[in-house]
Write a protein that binds this ligand. Structure first.
Ligand SMILES: [Zn+2]
Length: 411
C-alpha cells in the first residue's frame, strides 16, 4: 500500500489581511501502514520464547521485583528538531477478528486496518509528520522504553527505507516488564539500536533506536505493540470497544488536534512518494528558511495532526513591534474534503514581504485548539540574513550538549 499522499486542488481562501493567499496545494497523509507477516510474527515469538528460557534471562528476570500492572509512558522522544510536535497516529489495534475490511478500534471507530491474509493490526502506529523521510534521515525521533524492563530481543541489519508492504523483516527491540508484559518497538532504523544487550535493563524513557521504515512499512513510523504475560496482544487504550484498563499514563487521546510545525519556505516544499529505496533517494525538499528578504515571495506552512472539520486555526505574521502584517484563518470545512478528521495535514500560504518591511525579528503565530504556537524568523537584507544565519549556527552549536548529539548507545 502506498503512502496515501494526495495533492489537493487549488483553493484560494479569502484573506482577512494582506497577502494571505493559499498555495496551490495542500497535503493530506494517512500516515504509515504496515504489516507483520504471520511467518515473521511466529519467528519473533520463537526468538523471544527461546531467549526468555535461557539461564541468563531467567536470572535477569529473577533479579527484578515482580510488579502489578506497569503503566506505560510516551514511547517516542525528539532528539532534535524545531517542531512543536513530530507525529501523527495512523492505526490503532483492530479489535474485530473478522477480515478483510472489518475493523474496530478501541473507541469503536475505524482508525485501524486488517488485511485479506487475516492480519488484524496488533499495535499502534506513530508516524513522523510533516517531513517523514527527512525527519527519519535526521535521526530526529527515537523510540524509547515505555516502561522499565529488560531487553529480551532485538533485530537489526535490515533495510530501513521501505515504502511498501513486503515480506522484509524489520529492525526492532523487545522489552519484558516487571508485570510479565512485553512491548515491541518495530520498523527502527538500521544500525540505530541501543548498544545494550539481551538481559540488560532499561529505564522508562530510555533510548531504544531511531524511528525508521524497516520491514513491511509504507513510511517511517513506530509500530508499538503490547503483550500481556500470557503473550496475548493487548490494546493499551481503554475505550468502549476495549474493556482492558488504560495502560498509558497519562492516557493518550483518541484524537489529539495540534499544530506540529510552523515554518517558512522560499518556495513550495516538495514531498516524495515511493522512491527506489536507496539511501537518500526518498527525502522531501523543504526549501525552509528562517530569514526573508524584503521584496521576495515566500510560503508560510502549518502542519497539523488530527485536524478536524470545524476546528479553526488562526494565523498571523507579526512585525518586530508586534503589529500584524498578515492575519488569516483555516478550517478544514473550507476544503473540499469528505472526512471529518485527518491524521496529518499540511497547508501553505503565499506571502510577499514588502520592500519597505521593517528589518528585525518577526513572528509567525498560530492559535489552535486553545494553544498558541510561535515561530520566530528574521527579515532583513541579504547581508543581514547571512550574518543572522551565522549567529544562529554559532548559538545552536553552543546550545548542543553532548547528550543531544544523536548517536548510538549514549542516548
Ligand atoms: Zn503497525
Amino acid at each position: 500500500m502506498m503512502l496515501r499522499l494526495l495533492g489537493l486542488a487549488a483553493a484560494v481562501l479569502a484573506a482577512t489581511a494582506a497577502s494571505a493567499q493559499r498555495a496551490d496545494s495542500g497535503r493530506i497523509s494517512g500516515g504509515a501502514d504496515d504489516d507483520l507477516p504471520p511467518a515473521q510474527r511466529l519467528r519473533i515469538q520463537q526468538q523471544l520464547a527461546a531467549a526468555l528460557g535461557s539461564p541468563e534471562l531467567r536470572r535477569a528476570v529473577a533479579a527484578r521485583k515482580a510488579a502489578g500492572a506497569v503503566p506505560l509512558q510516551w514511547p517516542l522522544r525528539a532528539l532534535h528538531g524545531e517542531g512543536f510536535g513530530y507525529h501523527g497516529i495512523s492505526n490503532y489495534v483492530d479489535h474485530d477478528p473478522a477480515f478483510p475490511g472489518r475493523v474496530l478500534d478501541y473507541a469503536c471507530g475505524a482508525r485501524t486496518y486488517d488485511n485479506a491474509q487475516g492480519y488484524n493490526h496488533a499495535g499502534t502506529d506513530y508516524f513522523l509528520w510533516p517531513f517523514p523521510w527527512l525527519t527519519m534521515d535526521d535521526g530526529a525521533i527515537a523510540a524509547v522504553a515505555a516502561a522499565p524492563g529488560i531487553i529480551v530481543g532485538h533485530n537489526d541489519g535490515h533495510p530501513d527505507r521501505s515504502c511498501a508492504m513486503s515480506d522484509l523483516p524489520w529492525n526492532a527491540v523487545y522489552l519484558r516488564h516487571d508485570d510479565g508484559s512485553m512491548t515491541w518497538y518495530g520498523h527502527l532504523r538500521r544500525g540505530s539500536l541501543t548498544t545494550k544487550q539481551i538481559g540488560d535493563t532499561v529505564e522508562a524513557g530510555e533510548y531504544l533506536g531511531l524511528v525508521g521504515s524497516s520491514g513491511s512499512s509504507t513510511a517511517p513510523h513506530l509500530h508499538f505493540e503490547l503483550h500481556d504475560a500470557t503473550g496475548r496482544v493487548v490494546d493499551p487504550r481503554h475505550g468502549n470497544c476495549n474493556a482492558e484498563p488504560e495502560h498509558w499514563s497519562p492516557p493518550q487521546a483518541y484524537e489529539d488536534p495540534a499544530i506540529n510545525t510552523l515554518s517558512l519556505h522560499t518556495q513550495e516544499p516538495e514531498w516524495v512518494g515511493c522512491g527506489d529505496g536507496s539511501e537518500g533517494a526518498m527525502q522531501e525538499r523543504t526549501y525552509a528558511t528562517d530569514a526573508i528578504v524584503p521584496g521576495t515571495t515566500f510560503h508560510a506552512l502549518a502542519s497539523f495532526r488530527d485536524q478536524r472539520r470545524g476546528d479553526v486555526a488562526t494565523f498571523a505574521l507579526q512585525r518586530p513591534d508586534g503589529s500584524e502584517f498578515a492575519h488569516w484563518q483555516h478550517d478544514l470545512a473550507d476544503e473540499d474534503l469528505p472526512r471529518e478528521v485527518y491524521a496529518a495535514t499540511v497547508w501553505t500560504w503565499i506571502h510577499t514581504m514588502p520592500v519597505d518591511a521593517p528589518h528585525g525579528d518577526w513572528h509567525f503565530v498560530a492559535d489552535f485548539h486553545g494553544r498558541r504556537y510561535t515561530r520566530a524568523f528574521f527579515v532583513g537584507s541579504e547581508t543581514e540574513v547571512r550574518a543572522a544565519a551565522v549567529m544562529r549556527e554559532r548559538a545552536a552549536v553552543q546550545a548542543l550538549t553532548p547528550a543531544q548529539h544523536p548517536g548510538r548507545g549514549d542516548l
